[in-house]
Design a protein around this ligand. Structure first.
Ligand SMILES: [Zn+2]
Length: 135
């Protein structure tokens, strides 16, 4: 089995498009409101676009109008790692894939959204791949 944490930047650049590499491996952020999954309501599971690990489900996705796909909970807590991010003059909590440590987005809490957790996992579409549920 591939240990995704050991993959070099050169190898990642071969596996990913330049845009995916920028977001996933350089903690970039895609522009708001243009991501493939921003307003998607298709039922299914969202996997990490870098390694394929299942990360989020459509059942925890909600319309936040923030411009990026938003989830109130990950598929399971151990699928992601949350870490403090002080870049760009802000204190935020970065969310990375636990399996390959690629950047996914950030999580914000206490914003008052009508969800069970009041958390908003603000995730780049470029970090995800949706597997639609079989009908
Ligand atoms: Zn991953």
């Amino acid at each position: 089995m591939t240990d995704f944490k050991l993959i070099s930047d050169t190898e990642w650049q071969k596996r990913l498009t330049p845009e995916e590499f920028h977001v996933l491996r350089r903690a970039g952020t895609e522009p708001p409101h243009v991501g493939e999954y921003t307003d998607t309501t298709t039922e299914g599971v969202y996997s990490c676009r870098a390694c394929g690990a299942e990360l989020f489900r459509s059942t925890e996705k909600f319309g936040s109008d923030c411009g990026w796909p938003s989830f109130f909970s990950p598929l399971a807590g151990d699928r992601i790692i949350e870490r403090r991010d002080v870049s760009h003059g802000m204190v935020r909590i970065e969310v990375v894939c636990a399996n390959c440590e690629s950047h996914l987005g950030h999580v914000f809490e206490g914003e008052g959204y009508d969800t069970p957790t009041d958390l908003r996992y603000c995730i780049n579409s470029l970090s995800l791949k949706l597997e639609p549920k079989e009908q």
